[in-house]
Design a protein around this ligand. Structure first.
Ligand code: ADP
Ligand code: MG
Length: 477
């Protein structure tokens, strides 16, 4: 391809030369002006820095303003808080002042009270001394009274509606309760004997009489158990236990421990009514043995501790559930065994001192027994119309009651040998009949005329008991 030649007009060429020249001039000028450009650039940079500094200063100023406000708020808050604390401190200080005044006042009162306590202690000591003297006198007088009455007493209780006159025999009993007389009236005559238990004597209270004459009613209450809603119907056993615990409370200077054991004498065998055979559910048989000291014991007999009257009632209730019963023609729910509830009281002085026995002997502790006995029915076998097992039961009952009568007879005649061991019943009650013990026989009489023979037999038993010589009571221990 051939090159194209362009012909530029001269004017333009000239002009181009001028412009080139001008450009050279300007380029030189520009070169000389480079220093200014740098300065300008530096100026611009400085201008930016200035702008940044100015902005920063504005920001700092704004932050300072905010800070100032915050410091103001903080100051107000701190001032308010300090004022509050100051007020609280003032109140606390006032309270403290009041308390100091109260303490000062209390101190004065305490001093007054200390003086009063000292005075009271002095008078209490005097009263205690007087009380102890009176207590001794009371013991002496109480026992004199019991001695005057004799160590065996016989009361007679007639069920309501007694149709026949047995005045002659009844006159030989020390106290005859009229049919309408209440359980509490009966117990009022019994109560003094409970005091004797804590005075160191063994006491036995027994109900004697034919089946249906009111023995269980007299000893327990209407339902053969201590648990009855009506307190007025309670018999001697719950009332005696209640009285015992009441008397114990009156003697805070001594500590007393009460243990309950319940035995049943059935067919001349002893049964522990507080011990059960886990397989058969029946109560366990026990025996009486003579210890080395010549006293009678029932080995393995269950003694349950009773802290309150309720414990005694519970135990008696449990024991009664096991009592062997047998119906006879006379009484549909007749008890064919003797029930012996024993409350053993161990008396010991507090703080390791000795206990004052009645005859002023000092001992570490003394043990006394309150035996409460609901005897089996004393009716004649022929009258009951029983046969077989029941006949055997009746003959054991008659034999044991005869043994009881023999013991009383031997005591009445001052015989040297008292036949306690002729039956388990008398053997068991040996500590409570004769000697230093106090016995109360409650004769229970049926109101039906057809049982005249049984009634006369019961009164005869009572007469025999009455004949036991009224020897002065020897003291226990
Ligand atoms: P026992 O135990 O001598 O066989 P109970 O005590 O069971 O005789 O008495 C026979 C019935 O006569 C019972 O229903 C009993 O509640 C009632 N009874 C006995 N004595 C009295 C009395 N003094 N007052 C009212 N009811 C009595
Ligand atoms: Mg009965």
């Amino acid at each position: 391809m051939s090159a194209v030649t362009i012909n530029i007009p001269l004017v333009y060429q000239e002009r181009m030369k001028q412009l080139e020249h001008k450009l050279q001039c300007m380029s030189q000028t520009l070169k000389s002006n480079e220093g200014y450009a740098q300065i300008y650039e530096i100026y611009n940079q400085n201008k930016n820095v200035h702008q940044i500094i100015s902005d920063t200063l504005i920001k700092v100023s704004l932050a300072m303003q905010g800070l100032k406000q915050n410091v103001g708020l903080l100051r107000t808050f701190v001032v308010e808080h300090l004022e509050n604390i100051q007020n609280q401190l003032k109140e606390q200080f006032q309270l403290l002042l009041n308390n100091v005044q109260i303490i000062q006042h209390s101190k004065q009162c305490l001093q007054g009270m200390t003086e009063k306590i000292l005075m009271l202690e002095r008078s209490l000591r005097e009263v205690n001394e007087k009380y102890n003297t009176e207590k001794e006198r009371r013991k002496i007088m109480h026992n004199n009274l019991i001695e005057l009455k004799g160590n065996i007493r016989v009361y007679c209780r007639i069920r309501p509606c007694l149709p026949i006159n047995r005045q002659k025999l009844l006159n030989q009993q020390e106290r005859v309760f009229k049919p309408q007389e209440s359980q509490s009236a009966v117990f009022e005559e019994v109560r003094p004997l409970i005091t004797s238990v804590l005075d160191g004597y063994n006491v036995c209270i027994m109900a004697y009489g034919q089946t249906g004459s009111g023995k269980t009613y007299t000893m327990m209450g209407p339902h053969s158990e201590c648990e009855t809603e009506n307190h007025t119907e309670l018999g001697i056993i719950p009332r005696a236990a209640e009285e015992l615990f009441r008397l114990i409370l009156e003697k805070p200077e001594e500590s007393h421990s009460v243990e309950v054991s319940i035995l049943e004498v059935y067919n001349n065998d002893l049964y522990d009514l507080l011990a059960y055979d886990s397989h058969s559910g029946l109560c366990l048989k026990r025996d009486i043995v003579i210890g080395k000291d010549g006293k009678s014991y029932v080995p393995s007999l269950t003694y349950k501790h009773a802290a309150y009257i309720e414990d005694v009632l519970d135990l008696v209730k449990k024991g009664l559930q096991l009592r062997v019963k047998h119906s006879t023609l006379i009484h549909a729910n007749s008890s064919r065994s003797h029930l012996v509830v024993t409350l053993t009281v161990t008396t010991s002085a507090k703080s390791g001192e000795t206990v004052d026995t009645f005859n002023s002997q000092k001992q570490k502790s003394i043990k006394t027994k309150l035996q409460l006995v609901d005897l089996a029915g004393s009716e004649c076998v022929g009258m009951s119309g029983v046969q077989g097992v029941a006949l055997r039961e009746a003959s054991f009952i008659n034999r044991s009651l005869s043994a009881l009568s023999d013991v009383l007879g031997a005591l009445a005649e001052h015989r040297t040998h008292i036949p306690y061991r002729n039956s388990k019943l008398t053997h068991l009650l040996q500590d409570s009949i004769g000697g230093d013990a106090k016995l109360l026989v409650m004769l229970c009489i049926s109101p039906c005329q057809k049982f005249t023979t049984e009634t006369l037999q019961t009164l005869g038993f009572g007469t025999r008991a009455c004949q036991v010589s009224r020897v002065p009571v020897k003291k226990k221990h």
